[in-house]
Design a protein around this ligand. Structure first.
Ligand SMILES: C[S@@+](CC[C@H](N)C(=O)[O-])C[C@H]1O[C@@H](n2cnc3c(N)ncnc32)[C@H](O)[C@@H]1O
Length: 213
C-alpha cells in the first residue's frame, strides 16, 4: 500500500519514492509482456518505455486522481461542449466526468494518446462512461494533430489537458500548436500539478530555472 505523501522536510523524499515505485514497475512490465507473448517492446526503447509507463500508471493513476480530484472535478464537470480534444488522457481515469447524463452538449471527443499501451483501458473507460459512440482514440502526439491525427485547425470547441503537459518534453511548442485548433470562443480546460508551493526553497528554485512552469 502506498503511504500518503510526506509533509514537512521529509517531503523532499517524495520524488525519490515516486522514482522508486516507477523503477519497481519495470518487473511487472517485463512479466506481463512475456506472458502475453508481446516481445516487440524488448526491441524498441520507446515501445518498452510506453509499456512500462502504461503498467505503472494503472497503479499510480488512481493515487494521483485521489489527490487531484478536489480541483479537477469542478473544472471538468459540465464544462466541456461540442467537439472536444482530450490531450494525453492516459487510461481515461477522468472520463466519468464527461458522462453523457451531465454533459449533454458534448458531440464528439478525440482522445489524443500516443501511448498505445493505454488504449485498451482508455476504450474501456470511455465505454463505461457511456461515451463509446462519441469517443475516438487518436494514437499520435498533440504535436502531430494536423498531420497524423487528421484534426483540422479551428474545428475544436473544448481542449482538455489534465496532468499532461508535465509529461511532454516541449510543452511551449505543444501549447502553441494547440491554440489554433480552437474555434473562436473555444475553451481550454487545464489542470497541471507540478509547481511547488514551497517557493524560496531548492525545489522552487530548480523549477523556476529549469522547468517550463
Ligand atoms: C501523467 S499521464 C496523465 C494521464 C491522464 N491525463 C491522467 O490524469 O490520468 C500523462 C499522459 O500524457 C501523455 N502524453 C505524453 N506525451 C504526449 C504528447 N506529445 N501528446 C499527447 N499526450 C502525451 C502520456 O502518454 C500520458 O498518458
Amino acid at each position: 500500500m502506498v503511504q500518503p505523501a510526506a509533509e514537512g522536510p521529509p517531503r523532499l523524499l517524495n520524488p525519490s519514492l515516486f522514482l522508486a515505485y516507477s523503477a519497481y514497475y519495470i518487473f511487472p512490465t517485463i512479466y506481463d509482456l512475456i506472458v502475453s507473448f508481446n516481445f516487440k517492446p524488448f526491441f524498441s526503447i520507446d515501445e518498452f518505455k510506453d509499456a512500462w509507463f502504461a503498467r505503472f500508471w494503472v497503479f499510480f493513476g488512481p493515487k494521483s486522481r485521489e489527490s487531484a480530484a478536489p480541483k479537477v472535478m469542478p473544472l471538468l464537470q459540465n464544462s466541456a461542449r461540442g467537439v472536444c480534444l482530450d490531450i494525453g488522457p492516459g487510461t481515461g481515469q477522468w472520463l466519468y466526468l464527461f458522462a453523457r447524463a451531465n454533459n449533454k452538449d458534448i458531440t464528439k471527443i478525440y482522445g489524443v494518446e500516443p501511448n498505445r499501451g493505454m488504449h485498451a483501458e482508455l476504450r474501456q473507460n470511455a465505454v463505461a462512461a457511456g461515451l463509446g459512440d462519441i469517443y475516438e482514440i487518436v494514437g499520435c502526439g498533440a504535436e502531430e494533430l494536423d498531420t497524423k491525427g487528421g484534426i483540422q485547425k479551428g474545428s475544436i470547441d473544448t481542449i482538455i489537458t489534465v496532468q499532461c503537459l508535465c509529461s511532454v518534453p516541449t510543452p511551449e511548442k505543444i501549447i502553441k500548436n494547440l491554440y489554433p485548433m480552437l474555434k473562436p470562443g473555444g475553451r481550454w480546460l487545464v489542470y497541471e500539478h507540478i509547481k511547488t508551493k514551497h517557493q524560496g526553497e531548492f525545489v522552487g528554485y530548480w523549477q523556476s530555472k529549469y522547468c517550463c512552469i
